[in-house]
Design a binder for this molecule. Structure first.
Ligand code: NI
Length: 171
């Protein structure tokens, strides 16, 4: 396994749209293992392939307290979302040290493939529902800060560009 480099907003590669996985084979399993390792190392509760510059529809999530319940979603699709919305304070490994409220459907039903290439469905609410929607946005090239006002987005973008420059300067 290997740790993967996580792209940082406003990297343009975060806006690429991921392609469906054609077949869940050894290559995909290796990507999933590396993504899981990268997510746990960060640590984070979710990671989309887009964030590690792999533009295929793969998401890993672990919202458990013990960080021992890895969930893998390959080619995930939202097949239903509730009319009720809920607001959560979200963060993202691609937007370090920034959190803000985003309103999304409170419940979703998602269809995806597991690591054996078998289709499954899950209906969920709470953090898992938020996380699924957040990660699936990544696969469409969307970062959560795009739900915020232009002013906030510009501020985050400037702050992260400055931070990237400082990090480069330290090397
Ligand atoms: Ni994210």
């Amino acid at each position: 396994m290997a740790l993967l480099n996580v792209l940082c907003y406003p990297d343009p590669r975060l806006h690429k749209v991921a392609k469906p996985v054609a077949q869940v084979d050894a290559r995909i399993k290796k990507i999933v293992a590396d993504m899981a390792e990268t997510m746990y190392d960060a640590p984070g509760v979710g990671l989309a392939a887009t964030q590690v510059d792999i533009h295929e529809r793969i998401v890993v999530i672990d919202v458990s307290d013990e960080q021992n319940e890895l969930r893998v979603f390959i080619n995930p699709e939202i097949i239903w979302s509730s009319p009720e919305k809920k607001s959560w304070r979200e963060g993202c490994l691609s937007v370090p040290d920034f959190y803000d409220e985003v309103e999304r459907p409170a419940q979703v039903k998602v269809r995806a493939l597991d690591l054996d290439g078998k289709e499954f469905e899950i209906e969920t609410d709470g953090l898992l529902a938020v996380c699924l929607q957040h990660e699936m946005d990544h696969l469409q090239g969307k970062v959560f800060v795009e739900y915020l006002s232009m002013l906030k987005r510009t501020r985050v973008s400037q702050k992260l560009k400055k931070r990237a420059k400082e990090l480069l300067g330290e090397r």
